[in-house]
Design a protein around this ligand. Structure first.
Ligand code: FES
Length: 373
């Protein structure tokens, strides 16, 4: 994608409406109006869905925060939501989902994402090595249901582990920008304090808002900390003894989220816990190939099941279905299944109901299946 040295504001709505007129489309033919606009600036499109990197900040050795100027299609985000970011790779756009890490109240219309580098990760690798001020990325609208309620709770617990800190830090920053007077317990698990992004900002917020109680928990142990080691229910009993009566948001790896769900369920408080996973539950094994045929209805392609996910088999057949996390979290890959049976790799359940929607990254055929692709 192109790189421009200076940020340019998206086109104003009135200009876009003129540019989107059928008269102009006719004059621009055989090309689209967007093609001419893009040659001036890639954020100038009538359709939208792009963002320009305006700043790059290294949080830790393997975590980077990018500030993004979105185009006119951006409708803002609610604290806790995520976006799908696309980067060019071998002639196609690869996308991944990242939580917004900034406050929902940024006055400049920009937002940040914070990206942990993954071994061999195409998108995280690009964002670490090649994203510089001026880089243009594709960017979806913000989505996600695990968000800060509009009526701010007077008491809140936020728990995160590793890079799961991003959506909950967005919640805390949003509350801080509102000078929130409620009590917030913020519990974050990291190997060492050196691995904690935003640490200075978190400490500054806790120092300014006396009812914010911040606990960084080094899972590898550490001198002088109130809590150490991996999450256990006793941690919450100690720093938030009222957690079974308190709305709690959590984001982190599977082990942490599973343990939290267990702790809240044991206290009959499962409905107070809202979680966002960034790693999937362990996928179940299937019996191998089903012997069925996958019919990609829209493209007219048929293949014999080879045991991989529907997404991988579609890609192997030359199709390019939209996808994001590739592990059952973001729902970007959800496609219509008019008929046939699939196994959900997360829980082993077979879905043979016709006319349903399935996440093709975590579904394998369980016999013949038709997918709208
Ligand atoms: S790509 Fe995210 S759920 Fe399938």
């Amino acid at each position: 994608m192109p790189l421009l040295s200076s940020p340019v504001r998206p086109l104003p709505a009135r200009v876009r409406s003129v540019l989107g007129s059928s008269l102009l489309a006719g004059l621009a033919s055989p090309h689209s109006v967007d093609r001419y606009l893009e040659s001036v600036h890639p954020l100038w499109t009538t359709e939208g869905g792009r963002a320009q990197v305006t700043a790059v900040h290294r949080e830790t050795d393997d975590v980077v925060t990018l500030t993004l100027q979105p185009d006119h299609a951006w409708a803002g985000s609610i604290a806790g939501q995520h976006v799908r970011i696309g980067v060019p790779s071998d002639g196609v756009t690869q996308t991944r989902t990242y939580s917004v890490s900034s406050s929902a109240h940024r006055a400049d219309g920009r937002f940040t994402i914070t990206v942990k580098r993954k071994d061999g990760g195409v998108v995280s690798g690009f964002l670490h090595e090649r994203a510089v001020p001026g880089t243009i990325l594709s960017c979806s609208a913000a989505t996600g249901e695990v968000v800060l309620p509009e009526a701010r709770p007077n008491r809140l617990v936020l728990v995160s582990g590793g890079s799961g800190i991003t959506p909950v830090v967005s919640m805390l920053r949003t509350l801080a920008d509102e000078d929130h007077g409620g009590a917030v317990t913020f519990l974050h698990y990291a190997r060492t304090t050196d691995d904690v992004p935003f640490l200075a900002d978190l400490r500054a917020i806790a120092a300014r808002l006396p009812r914010v109680d911040l606990h960084i928990v080094p899972t590898g142990g550490g001198p002088g900390e109130v809590l150490t080691g991996r999450f256990e229910a006793a941690h919450l009993d100690r720093v938030a003894p009222d957690h079974r009566q308190t709305l709690t948001f959590a984001c982190g790896p599977t082990g942490l989220i599973d343990a939290l769900e267990e702790a809240y369920a044991a206290g009959d408080a499962g409905d107070l816990l809202q979680v966002e996973r960034f790693t999937p539950r362990a996928l179940v094994r299937t019996e191998g190939v089903s012997g069925g045929t996958i019919s990609f209805a829209r493209s007219g392609i048929e293949v014999i099941d080879d045991g991989r996910s529907l997404l991988e088999q579609a890609e192997a057949a030359g199709l390019t279905p939209e996808n994001g996390c590739r592990m059952g979290i973001c729902h970007t890959c959800t496609r219509f299944k008019p008929e046939g049976a699939v196994t959900d790799l997360r829980d082993g359940r077979i879905c043979d109901t016709p006319d349903t929607r399935v996440q093709i990254c975590v579904s394998v055929p369980a016999g013949d299946v038709v997918v709208d692709l």
